[in-house]
Design a binder for this molecule. Sequence first.
Ligand code: 1PR
Length: 547
Amino acid sequence: MQCLVFPGVGAFQTAVDGLTERGFLEPLRRYIVSGRPYFGICIGMQVLFQTSSEGTVPGLGIIPSKIDAFSNADKTVPHMGWNSVHLLDAPRDADEGLDETLHYYFVHSYRATYDPDREPDAAQWVHSVTQYGREVFVATVRKDNVFGCQFHPEKSGDAGMRLLDTWLRHPAPSARPRSPRVPFPPAPRDGFTKRIIACMDVRANDQGDLVVTKGDQYDVREKHPTTAGPSPPSPTSSPSLAATTTAKVAGAVRNLGKPVALAARYYAAGADELALLNITSFRHSPLHDQPMLAVVRAAAANVFIPLTIGGGIRDTVDPDGTARPALEVAGAYFRAGADKVSIGSEAVYAVERLRAAAASADADADVHRVRGDGNSAIETIARAYGRQAVVVSIDPKRMYVDASTYDGPQKDELILGSGDEEGKAWWYQCTVSGGREARDLSVVELARGVEILGAGEILLNSIDRDGTGRGFDLDLVHLVRRNVSIPVVASSGAGNAQHFVDVFEKTGVEAALAAGIFHRGEVRIDEVKETLITQGINARKTIEANV
Ligand code: 1PR
């Protein structure tokens, strides 16, 4: 049987414009109305509706309702991560591949509300709902030949594969009477989980091969030579992910394995998301210099969870004079299978420009009251692919000052140390080029600025904590968390499972990332999840991982 799956990534307006420009919009409507099977994912579901406040163009108008933005009054937006679904026809639909005990990966800022009292006709389409904060919204629609889901089954691991597989086997179920549609009031707590992310810093070693490396405070070169031999046994039952028998040469790039193989292992081990950061210093565009695209393609072919790709996403010019806008680089990564791109240095420069524009527009103006010029990498990529596809990776480091005399612009952001750090004071300074150059910009200015420009998430590293195993810098994470309303990923310094509990409990961040402890097999991802769940923090159970 002929079936059509429309997996949507991006913004409503871009999707509808793209369909219109290619002459697909009317044929798509005719296809769906003809009764042939249609499976719409994310934007592929949203285009079934009449309108979206994300754009000015109408959608297909098949579902008589509209798409609106989430409120960020009680939660971060986008809704980015794993959440549960509640079937409205639970007993009958249990065989349809959707399972209330599992989690599915959502990433969106706009949603359809479920309101059977006001919109009884639209409610007839609703198959399941999800709660985020206090909002209950449409997770899946199903009627006759049409199935649509707001989450991404292709990024929801085994749970998503099962849904797709079931639908492909039975795309047009026999019509069955629906339960009466009734209001679905929010429960005291939603099913949203904290994400655990495994990060791979990738760069070419001295032989020119792309390898996963890992720095100590961003220094990825071996300090002490060793002779060849097996790596020490892992303290856990999981095989050590580290390179095994290679001798270490002082000054060589630390080699912890091949990126595609490691990505597959972390997927199997239950990671909620993966990040691949190309930390090569690009002279030209990454498309010209590196086979990173091949790595992304190969990883995405076997890994069915979200992939963030970073490094070198900026406007560049190749040696032959070809201009490579950041949007083109990002587009190539998205087509290769990335779900999000992460922007580092370029985000700092964009916020510096934003600050300069604010200063020249009005001496009293601050960065929070202006808009970007529309040309930054963050803005162009968010416009085309949606803000949820744009992560900003921040590389701050502590700038110690004397609190009794300091009167600089960051005086309102000063952290006063306690415990071991009693008597110290510092603010967090932004850096570019992998921490090699410090800029006159604080982490708070950067975080707020990138939110204004349209970033959908912040990946918050710490040069001071990177590779130390001393735990996340809770002061830093808390500072950024309370200054933005987009999701924040805490990164750098994880040394054990309890550190993840600490960062979630003490800062409220949405996700936490680690590299070294996972690469060296010192802590397993399922161990982290179990520790979280035991301490009352919602996590995606690794029972559904592909171990
Ligand atoms: O500036 O847009 O080209 O992006 C460069 C990207 O590469 C940025 O995201 C920047 O953070 C990253 N990067 C550049 N140099 C390094 C380096 O290590 N020399 N890696 C680097 C940053 C930090 C984390 C690390 C965590 C967790 N790596 O990604 O994985 O600190 O580590 P841990 O759990 O072992 O403590 P652009």
